[in-house]
Design a protein around this ligand. Sequence first.
Ligand code: OSB
Ligand code: MG
Length: 367
Amino acid sequence: MKIERVEIREIRLPLVHFFETSFGRTTLRQVILAEVFSGGISGWGECVAGEGPFYSAECVATAWPVLCDYLAPALSGRDLSGPRDLPVAFQKVRGHRMAKAALESALWDLEARALQIPLWKHLGGTRSEIPCGVSVGIQDSLPQLLEKIEAEAQAGYRKIKLKIKPGWDVEMVRAVREKFPEIPLMVDANSAYTLKDAERLKELDSFRLLMIEQPLAHDDLFEHRRLQELIRTPICLDESIRHARDAQAAIEWGSCRIVNIKMGRVGGLAEARRVHDLCARNGIPVWCGGMLETGIGRAHNIALSTLENFSIPGDVSASKRYYERDVIQPAVEVSQSGTIVPPEGPGIGFQPDRPWIDRLTFRRAVF
Ligand code: OSB
Ligand code: MG
């Protein structure tokens, strides 16, 4: 597979509703997309880095120059056997996993398209339907939140994840539980707490939560283990798991009982699959996280979610929850029973809407 051309672009598009976490509110997405060309076809990937260095150190302002100055030039003109060669091609660049994943996932799409098979089958996926949940951000008021949850439950979603932070936690969850006693519920703190808050976090044990996601520091495994010994609710790690070695340590130490897998956070689909396989071997269930992706990243998440051990509904939901008009056709839709059926077309199985993507493009670089 001779890489003839690589295109990196940043598109900008508004979210239908703002999305607020413990680290801030997003209204306008800035998204880097990668397109890799070989043999008359191309594959697409999305960089899930955020607008600022708040979820992770990596953000659009770091991913753009790393992609343009190092990663895309290391790829363009090269003859690769496939995406599995990328760790070697990118070896000299430390970290910057989201930037790497944008190109790596584009290569997976390209390879599956060349083979004329769906990416999910190429990855070894077995699920003909994936269960979906939603991540509901911090709202301006409790009535607004309850209204939102009602709508998502009506739409059929199988898991509701609530963003929490100090001041929007125990009382909020209590109110939600009172109104929705049966709904599968979890919370995500995005590192808003410390071990000193253990007593408060322990109060969450009474609400039958599926899990609490990333309560403590973004780069911690040690204190999460301490916390897991103090609370009954399973801890799920997101930010702390950067690769399969982190997952291995977290499992051996008991830092978590569930793992959120985001292909961008771990540097690509191959590493995401490694984390998945490792968790499967250790009896740790996984689910696919989301990063407010456009259709391209969303399509990759759908493909990944077809792997066997993605047994918990992920943060993979319908395009219309995020964007008025998505960048792929057709848009991602979720059935009334809260599932997505992975597409049968080649590669990611959705067609990037090039004219629309061109109109949204803020800057572009070609290699
Ligand atoms: O922690 O899972 C997270 C969005 C941006 C950054 C971090 C996270 C999230 C979400 C959104 O929870 C999930 C989605 O894409 O709907
Ligand atoms: Mg999270």
